[in-house]
Design a protein around this ligand. Structure first.
Ligand code: C5P
Length: 222
């Protein structure tokens, strides 16, 4: 397709979601939070008692999942069967289940077209793990964000606290590290920068500083 796509990939808690929302908002583009699709699938599986190793059941669920996103840019609502599930999909339990089912190749294939359908005019900002490597290989700009596990744990903890979810730093860091390991080590679409991605270490940067770099890259790429 000729629709311009900017991909933001990286590990959990690195700030992809925040930066993606800011960028989509400023450009007036659509936004794909691909992690929310994997998370909603995990939640739906959990609720309907589909086991994490039931590949056929999970693929069927992935193809039928009545999932909608409302709003673009700043405000997004994830709706599953018309129910807002933004909080339910971000609990530690669902986060862990998500990365466990995300290793299943057939499930990833089943979600491919659904993700590509987000590329509509005037453009798309897509965040996840394999946006630049698998889902949108033709992206005009591929960004891979990194930060230390400690720093990402702090960011994720703040995010959880803002949502009124209580947690402690050590458990959040441990949860993120476990998820990273699974995401990096899986055989299909592992977490890694695309060959043509620009890598940005955000450990010592504020969101505003990172966003300034990102905006300059976007300007050059478009
Ligand atoms: O980005 P987020 O933390 O919401 O993603 C949750 C989980 O979904 C990740 O840990 C990963 O296992 C999976 N995921 C994926 N591919 C993507 C986005 C998310 O495998 N493109």
């Amino acid at each position: 397709s000729r629709i311009p796509v900017v991909t933001l990939d990286g590990p959990g808690g690195v700030g992809k979601g925040t930066l993606g929302r800011m960028l989509a908002h400023d450009l007036g583009w659509h936004l794909l939070d691909s992690g929310a699709i994997y998370r909603a699938l995990a939640l739906a599986a959990d609720r309907s008692g589909i086991a994490k190793d039931d590949e056929a059941g999970l693929v069927r669920l992935a193809l039928e999942l009545p999932l909608r996103f409302r709003g673009d840019g700043n405000q997004t609502l994830v709706l599953l069967h018309d129910e807002p599930v933004d909080e339910a999909i971000r609990t530690p339990q669902i986060s862990a289940l998500t990365s466990q089912i995300a290793v299943i190749p057939a499930l990833r294939t089943a979600l491919l077209q659904r993700q590509r359908d987000f590329a509509r005019a005037p453009g798309l900002v897509a965040d996840g793990r394999d946006m630049g490597t698998v889902v949108f290989p033709e992206a005009v700009l591929k960004v891979f964000l990194t930060a230390s596990a400690e720093e990402r744990g702090k960011r994720r903890l703040n995010q959880l606290m803002e949502q009124g979810i209580s947690a402690n730093l050590a458990s959040v860091v441990a949860e993120i590290a476990e998820r990273d390991a699974r995401d990096q080590q899986r055989s299909v679409a592992p977490l890694r920068p695309a060959a043509d991605a620009r890598v940005l270490d955000t450990s010592a940067q504020t969101v505003v500083e990172t966003y300034t770099v990102l905006q300059a890259w976007v300007k050059t790429a478009l």
